[in-house]
Design a protein around this ligand. Structure first.
Ligand code: SF4
Ligand code: MG
Length: 332
């Protein structure tokens, strides 16, 4: 059984419906990439799993979020609080949203294991320093007593990762965890995070806009576009044979050198506004393969590969797998 199973999840925020029947599974010890441009619904997916939608007046209107067999959509806030930080930890893009500027960083890591594991202060401090060392923070004892403003961005993000690991969670959700950092630091921190997650056999849901990061770190991937799943598969299969034109475009955006930041400028047009989603396939205004059927019929998420038998891959495209326009040859 999957550790996390998101099934047909739809949410609304006011009159917007930014997620439409999202489904994916994440197994213990697996790293799942959730990828798409900004505005695709990645962060909202994370917030749904963390039970944080009420903060932005969001509401789950259908579907389930099963975590270790528990349907999180039915939890009361008090029950959620027992899970959040303890069994499911969140790492956000900006470390300052997770760090309190007036407390030492060490005391903030200590708090997590004191609160969730019931450690006494000395035990918590020893555990924090050990974690900081595993995150390759040199002079961890000194850094433990420093304040966030005394640390670089990369160091602050290591502290946030230490906080996420401090209660020994089963699942970590990392929402663009390195996007705010310098490119060289990004790669280092991602490598450390992935190593620690793999060593501990944790499940990681890694939210990113960068297919290059997915290729290097993930086992499986779900590609979101405008609040819907465009494609889902193992990383090996999706890179060997991407089926959805949007996935192919994202793969085409992988920078060729490490010093060149990932960019999505290769995909013409913009992600549509949630207030004005196109009819049919939401990618149709940007898709080189679009035909009449794409404008009025939503493509179902269907198995891909020969006869749909090659594995767990799914894509939502009327012309999945076709690489050249084939006007008039098929009709959905
Ligand atoms: Fe393009 Fe049509 Fe496929 Fe959408 S359904 S991705 S518009 S070919
Ligand atoms: Mg986001």
């Amino acid at each position: 059984m999957a550790l996390l199973s998101v099934r047909d999840l739809s949410i609304t925020i006011g009159r917007m419906q930014p997620l439409d029947r999202i489904s994916f599974d994440l197994g213990k010890g697996e790293i799942l990439g959730v990828v798409g441009e900004s505005g695709s619904g990645k962060s909202l997916t994370a917030m749904s799993v963390m039970g944080l939608l009420p903060l932005i007046r969001g509401r789950i209107t259908s579907g389930q979020v099963l975590f270790d067999g528990i349907d999180l959509t039915r939890l009361k806030e008090k029950e959620y609080r027992a899970l959040r930080g303890r069994r499911i930890a969140l790492i956000t893009q900006n470390p300052m949203t997770s760090l309190d500027p007036v407390l030492t960083v060490g005391s903030q890591i200590d708090q997590v294991s004191r609160l969730h594991l019931g450690l006494v202060p000395a035990e918590a401090k020893a555990r924090s320093i050990d974690l900081m060392q595993q995150l390759r923070i040199s002079e961890a004892e000194v850094v433990h007593d420093q304040y966030p403003h005394q640390l670089s961005g990369g160091m602050k993000q290591r502290i946030v990762i230490a906080m996420a690991l401090a209660a020994d969670p089963d699942l970590i959700i990392a929402d663009e965890p390195t996007t705010a950092l310098d490119v060289t630091i990004q790669a280092q921190i991602m490598q450390i995070l992935v190593e620690l997650v793999r060593d501990r056999g944790l499940a990681l849901m890694l939210i990113t806009h960068d297919m290059g990061v997915v290729a290097q770190t993930c086992d499986r991937v779900v590609v979101l576009y405008a609040g819907r799943v465009a494609e889902r598969n193992t990383v090996t299969e999706i890179f060997a044979a991407p089926q959805h034109p949007y996935t192919r475009a994202l793969i085409g955006c992988i920078p060729r050198t490490a010093s060149q930041p990932g960019s999505l400028t290769g995909i013409p047009g913009m992600v549509p506004s949630v207030l004005d989603y196109p009819s049919g396939c939401r990618f149709h205004p940007r898709c080189a393969l679009a035909q009449a059927v794409c404008c009025d019929t939503v493509p179902p998420l269907e198995p891909v590969g020969v006869g749909g038998l090659t594995g767990c891959g799914l894509a939502a495209c009327h012309f999945a797998g076709e690489s050249a326009p084939a006007k008039g040859m098929r009709h959905g």
